[in-house]
Design a protein around this ligand. Structure first.
Ligand code: UT7
Length: 327
């Protein structure tokens, strides 16, 4: 049996810090409201930076941590909902910047579930024998789609990138033990950002909506969806892995809202400290949030051989998923 072992992580976190105090100057909000309702105190903004630049920084760090050169990669997957271009994709740009071989390079646009979905694809390639070593990068420059006059979204989101390197192993009980991904497109309007407008190209007055490119969110509806979807994702991944909730050492959830993370801890009877949280400092970085956590945990020495980790993501689509990883 071939499994996908996590052999390296890396991240690229922008320097600029956007605090709640700064947001108080921009929209009708308060530090107290933001902290109580979301748990976020500050977030990072990648000013004048391409998504591929964040992806490259994270990828280089992950490869260095894995101790392998880019030419050992067999596949590059980039999760982003904030690419620099509709085409070419970010993964192809990364293949060139890393001087990797001419291997498959795909973008995955699955919003905040993107890292989970990309890991699912990486694991499938590795298990089928089509790839031995896969780089998964999640990179987001969300400030580009945020309306900084909309207090319901601008307080939540931040920028960042992180990466993971997975490699085939035949050691039993190591690596990705199960994955689960799903979508419920009926909730597409709850979190929405237009890519290209539908219009008559020959009309003399082609309408231009300056806010069309911004993310629109019905936050409370998304929270209601997570109450159903997140336990379903985690339960399914645990069941597929044959792992009991008591065996979990860490849950690493998408950093959407502290209240959602508290619900996860209660549902699985986990001490709150076992649900990893860093959203105080980074906010919601969409698909980058789970790997940013994993990388931070590794750097803090919190990840040890033998641990069982459950990662879960959820967001626009609506999409949701989870995987079980043994270190
Ligand atoms: O990452 C992808 C998945 N995304 C998520 O999981 C996000 C999930 N949603 C959320 O985190 C929350 O829904 C929000 C943090 C976005 C909003 O919190 P909420 O408790 O659901 O608030 P709400 O939307 O129900 O609004 C409650 C009140 C409203 O005022 P009224 O109508 O009761 O007078 C809002 O206008 O809070 C108001 N409000 C604010 N007040 C101060 C909304 N945003 C703010 C704000 N500051 N920033």
């Amino acid at each position: 049996m071939i499994n996908s072992q996590l052999i390296g992580t890396g991240s690229c976190i922008p320097d600029f810090v956007l605090t709640n105090a700064m947001l108080e100057q921009m929209v009708d909000t308060s530090d107290e409201w933001i902290v109580q309702r979301t748990g976020v105190r500050e977030r990072r903004i990648a000013k004048n930076t391409h998504t591929w630049e964040l992806a490259l920084g994270a990828a280089q760090e992950a490869l260095a941590d894995a101790g392998i050169p880019a030419d050992e990669l067999d596949l590059i997957l980039v999760s982003t909902c904030t690419p620099d271009n509709n085409t070419p994709n970010t993964a192809s740009i990364l293949q060139d910047k890393l001087s990797a071989r001419q291997i498959g390079a795909l973008d995955i646009n699955n919003a905040c579930t993107g890292f989970i979905s990309a890991t699912d694809v990486a694991d499938s390639y590795i298990k089928s024998g089509k790839a031995k070593t896969v780089l998964v990068v999640a990179a987001e420059t969300l400030h580009r789609i945020i309306d900084y006059t909309d207090r319901s979204t601008c307080i939540l989101f931040g920028d960042g990138a992180a990466a993971a390197v997975y490699r085939a192993t035949d050691r039993e009980g190591i690596g990705i033990q199960s994955t689960f991904i799903a979508a419920d497109g009926a909730g597409a309007d709850y979190l929405h950002m237009q890519a290209l407008p539908i219009e008559d190209p020959f009309a003399s007055d082609r309408p231009v909506d300056p806010k069309a490119r911004f993310l629109k969110m019905q936050g409370a509806a998304v929270v209601r969806f997570t109450a159903r979807a997140v336990p379903l994702a985690i339960d399914t991944a645990l069941q597929r892995a044959g792992v009991a909730a008591e065996e979990i050492d860490w849950v690493v959830p998408h950093q959407a809202n502290l209240r959602i993370l508290d619900v996860i801890a209660k549902r699985y009877h986990l001490p709150r400290e076992k649900v990893y949280v860093n959203m105080e400092y980074f906010g919601n970085t969409s698909s980058a949030s789970v790997p940013i956590c994993l990388d931070e945990m590794r750097k803090k020495g919190l990840l040890c051989e033998g641990q069982t980790i459950v990662c879960t993501g959820f967001g626009a689509g609506l999409t949701y998923g989870a995987f079980v990883l043994k270190l």
